[in-house]
Write a protein that binds this ligand. Sequence first.
Ligand SMILES: C[S@@+](CC[C@H](N)C(=O)[O-])C[C@H]1O[C@@H](n2cnc3c(N)ncnc32)[C@H](O)[C@@H]1O
Length: 225
Amino acid sequence: MSERIALPGPGHSPMTASESRQYWETRHARAGALASGGHISHDESTNAMFYAVRIARLIEAIGPRTNPGLPLRILDAGCGKGHFSRALASFGHLVDGIDTSVTAIASCEAQASERETYAVSSLSQWGPPYLYDAAVSIDVLYHLMDDDEWATAVRNLASLVRLGGILGLVDHDRDEDRVWQSHQKTRSTRRYRELFEACGFEARRYVRNDFKHDPSGMHIAVRVA
Ligand SMILES: C[S@@+](CC[C@H](N)C(=O)[O-])C[C@H]1O[C@@H](n2cnc3c(N)ncnc32)[C@H](O)[C@@H]1O
């Protein structure tokens, strides 16, 4: 889990989609550059290490390939202030970053290179006229409290990945669903695998963040149909 913040614990009513948007707008406007999308209780230096470790995990997930003549097209779904998008672009990839936070996307656009494109969009509604070599969503899906919204988001991201492409979704690797706070609900690995299979993907592995006591990691699946 990427953050612990002073919000109501399990048992409190889950945030609605509009409460969640307001929460992220406020957090992106007020928290530090890294804490706003990273771990809210880490200082900026610890968050810098946390991002560095996860960027290495991302290379592991997507692979160390890069080709200036034929760059990979990658979606960073729920990109926040764009730390992963910029890293991926610096590896030579073409990156689309989407997020529902206007504040976060404005920050991304202010720092964007020519290989990055950003848009305000939800995971469920993004529909570009091309497919991606890889779509990743880092620390976003467990903030979707509504199960239908979560499943619709996973299905939409899956539909945007080409045959042979990679889908990388961050959540826990657990046997059961669990509500942690009013804005955090993790889903079981079985539910991810069922959706992967239904969308023509094969689950390949789980890459744990392995930073301090963070239990999160990336479910990695490849499109086979
Ligand atoms: C914990 S932050 C992670 C940001 C970024 N992936 C990172 O790790 O730096 C969660 C992000 O998800 C975004 N978000 C929440 N619900 C979303 C949705 N339905 N569609 C797109 N973005 C969403 C929030 O605005 C926020 O920027």
